[in-house]
Design a protein around this ligand. Structure first.
Ligand code: GLN
Length: 497
């Protein structure tokens, strides 16, 4: 097995026993990136020199006998909407194309402190608005299981990097599914922690009442390792929760006795692939066979989740994105007057989807419409949360799909924003309710594409999610799952992006 094929836990073990050096590990991933990334395009910015430099530093500290963090020397990829000091952070937008942050996000500072070399910054839908990574202003990322399909989004770059062994771990962000939906479309594990559990200081704001940083990994245990590092209170984030951080690795061994699982019965959802429903039912039976008690649960208000989300998220985005005026950040266009400069900067700097959301959001917040749209959506959100609270009186965990279909074709939904929004139907209500939620691989579609399960728990119950995720891994013959990438050879390096 090559180093780039190993889990973070395995790499950590070999580094700690000095069987390998961090420089060797990083080199293996960098070579893999050179081989695969020209075709799949997961990275906006690659940082090989920086990664090798920090690997060298960690190796010397280890040689000196210093006690290091378990993830010291294990490399990671970071979504390009998370600020990195002195390293370009674009949000896949023209408006921030040359923006170099003067500070590290709290999570990035934690990676550096632990000695994790950063391999680069990964592609996303512009400002994390989208479900396919096609809204990147630079280029789309491709699905490694079928390069004619999307990887999902918006954390498509992070997910593809992990799915193909270009990085053992990655950070993503999830506002309404941006970690879980792409994780399920590419066959990896993605955790959206409880709102407030991981600091968002330095995450470029999209919809502040929903945004959350989370983990992308090939196994639940690797997710736990990374959560141990990034979870916790941060005085720089006013929404950060003060609760103590558990050791997410401890107690992940299977044992589902008495676990009460609610199998979600979705309401009116068009276009749900029957094989997805089958995979979820099969997962429910697996849990039952191992001692869990499974019952059905309907969350009646989830039918309104999409409408509420697509008012709340654009409203908050329209306010957050007001700061990109050409004066304070990044790109600036010429204009005869200040007003002309603002308007040309925003007109040229933002892509179509971002503009659409700014317009919808501005409308929904405007005088006379605020009560009818934004306020109403927030009331629906409260009712959705109550649905969940009611469900969690009966169940410890909810089980559903992480996406209504497997990966769709590139270009299939770009002309129809509503179809694109509908692909988030499984993920949005957990976000609105503020619950932690995990996507784990749930088998394959008859087309050969991976399918994802989604597990949702009460606030702060990430451990229960990871434990159940691990249970599903142990039911599989082969783990981690890796796409074959046959197309690299077939095309003989001639693959057209
Ligand atoms: N797909 C959803 C959207 O377009 C969610 C994005 C996200 O979670 N960042 O808003």
């Amino acid at each position: 097995m090559r180093l780039y094929e190993m889990t973070a836990a395995e790499l950590s073990r070999r580094l700690q026993s000095r069987e390998v050096s961090s420089a060797e590990v990083v080199r293996s991933f960098l070579e893999r990136i050179d081989e695969v990334d020209p075709y799949l395009r997961a990275f906006i910015t690659r940082t090989p020199d920086l990664a090798l430099k920090s690997a060298g530093e960690i190796d010397s500290r280890r040689m000196r006998g210093e006690t290091l963090h378990p993830l010291a020397g294990v490399p990671i990829a970071v979504k390009d909407n998370i600020s990195t000091l002195a390293l370009r952070t674009t949000c896949a937008s023209r408006i921030l194309e040359n923006y170099i942050p003067p500070f590290d996000a709290t999570v990035v500072a934690a990676l550096k402190k632990a000695g994790m070399p950063i391999l680069g910054k990964t592609n996303l839908d512009e400002f994390a608005m989208g479900s396919s990574t096609e809204n990147s202003a630079f280029f789309p990322t491709r699905n490694p299981w079928d390069p004619g399909r999307v990887p999902g989004g918006s954390s498509g770059g992070s997910v593809v990097a992990v799915a193909t062994g270009m990085a053992p771990l990655a950070l993503g962000s999830d506002t309404g599914g941006s970690i879980r939906q792409p994780a399920s479309l590419c066959g990896v594990t993605g955790l959206r922690p409880t709102y407030g559990r991981v600091s968002r200081y330095g995450l470029v704001a999209f919809a502040s009442s929903l945004d959350q940083i989370g983990t992308v990994s090939t196994t639940a245990f690797d997710g736990a390792l990374l959560m141990n590092l990034i979870a916790g209170y941060d005085p720089l984030d006013s929404t950060s929760l003060p609760e103590e951080v558990p050791d997410y690795r401890a107690g992940l061994e299977p044992g589902l006795d008495k676990l009460r699982v609610g199998l979600i019965r979705y309401g009116r959802v068009d276009g749900f692939d029957p094989e997805v429903t089958e995979a979820v039912n099969k997962a429910a039976s697996m849990l039952e066979e191992h001692g869990a008690k499974v019952g059905e649960v309907s969350l009646p208000l989830t039918d309104y989740g999409l409408s509420a989300y697509y008012l709340i998220a654009p409203s908050e985005a329209s306010s957050n994105l007001g700061r990109y005026d050409g004066v304070r950040y990044g790109f600036c266009a010429d204009g005869d007057s200040i007003e002309a400069m603002f308007s040309r900067t925003r007109g040229e700097g933002f892509g179509a989807e971002v503009k659409r959301r700014i317009m919808i959001g501005t409308y929904a917040l405007s005088a006379g419409y605020y009560d009818a749209y934004y306020l109403k959506a927030m009331k629906v959100r409260t009712l959705i949360r109550r649905d969940y609270e009611k469900a969690f009186k009966k169940f410890d965990l909810l089980l559903g799909a992480a996406s209504p279909t497997p990966a769709f074709k590139l270009g299939e939904k770009t002309e129809d924003p509503l179809q694109m929004y509908l692909s988030d139907v499984c993920n949005i209500t957990d976000s609105l309710a503020g619950m932690p939620s995990l996507a784990v691989p749930g088998g394959f579609h008859s087309s050969g594409l991976p399918l994802g399960l989604q597990l949702t728990a009460r606030p702060m119950q990430e451990k229960l999610l990871l434990k159940t995720g691990r249970f599903f891994e142990e039911q599989r013959a082969e783990y981690p799952l890796r796409p074959s990438l046959d197309f690299l050879e077939e095309r003989g390096g001639d693959y057209e992006i």
